[in-house]
Design a protein around this ligand. Structure first.
Ligand SMILES: *[C@@H]1O[C@H](CO)[C@@H](O)[C@H](O)[C@H]1NC(C)=O
Length: 105
């Protein structure tokens, strides 16, 4: 009996953990985007920021992605399911060992 309850509890936790990474259809209807993101982003230094029209939560909202320079930590890029807020600048890639942006070879 106790064992069954335990199994049920574990199953519930697993289901909710999986669902957290799935974007339900129509989710964008419930999300209000910050409309100043685009204007603000395009005014910034284009070497450091990139406007991403669908970069936000579940692809619903635009984001301003900060471009990481060489040797900057790209740890935020490794989190699955998180909105993209950073990426390595052009010519760089996220090195999986050191978790910093490295020059492409
Ligand atoms: C990045 O780190 C490497 C290795 O530590 C170093 O050789 C290189 O000069 C660094 N680049 C910058 C831009 O700091």
């Amino acid at each position: 009996m106790v064992r069954n309850i335990l199994i049920l509890a574990i199953a519930l936790v697993m289901v909710s953990a999986t669902m957290a990474f799935v974007c339900p259809p129509n989710i964008c209807d419930m999300i209000r985007c910050d409309e100043t993101v685009e204007i603000n982003c395009l005014q910034r230094d284009t070497n450091l920021y990139k406007f991403e029209p669908e970069g936000g939560f579940c692809g619903c909202c635009p984001t301003c992605v900060r471009l990481l320079q060489e040797n900057e930590s790209c740890f935020a890029m490794t989190i699955r399911g998180a909105p993209r807020t950073v990426e390595c600048a052009e010519g760089l890639h996220c090195d999986s060992k050191s978790v910093v942006c490295k020059r492409d070879e």
